[in-house]
Design a protein around this ligand. Sequence first.
Ligand SMILES: [Zn+2]
Length: 239
Amino acid sequence: MTDCLYLNDSYLRECQARVERVDGKRVFVDKTVFYPQGGGQPSDTGKIVRASDAVEFKVEKVLKESGEAAHYVDREGLAAGDSVRLEIDWARRHKIMRMHTAAHVLGFVMFSRGVLVTGNQLGDALTRFDFNLEAGLHREALEEGVAAANELLRSGAEVKAFELPREEALKIPGVVKLADKLPPAIERLRIVQIGDFDAQADGGTHVRSLSEVGQLRIEKIENKGAANKRVYFSLSNPV
Ligand SMILES: [Zn+2]
């Protein structure tokens, strides 16, 4: 199991680690600051720097494979036992953290209006949401939801992450909002709570405060079948 440091501190940009195993261009380390792709959040990119000679290996993606984070690097050369420094592309990650946090707020607003999120894919420039909507739901209703989400974003509420026993966590109303995506059978769930209005089971990275997020804007709406709408959002910088 890789020790995933971002779970306790999403603001860590780098860490020292030890290479445990290498399989071609897949590198496994004892601990990491890289988020492995999952839960709608893309993996981090960045680099691994070998301590002995400062040679850099570009990390192109990170995937979770049997509980371990597999770091896919651009070339071979690292070996088990190497001391390394892991460094993520922080500008990109921070944008994704803002997007991820905005997605919670929008998900909360839509959920409270009876609209389920059936899927989402976060990005650093655009984030995609699939909403289960009654056919005929109008753009205005979506825009009202976004306006309500933006008002909450301007409140600057605090964002916290903590663990709860599974049974206790699942008592929180709406803790699992993504339709059909219950977390796997684990004993403790990580909960991400925003202000006093939203709590969600979640293993991703978020900002500490809504004041870091900015404002959502609808960029594109597509119809996906009779009851689904796919909506693309961008995020302005916070003022
Ligand atoms: Zn999240």
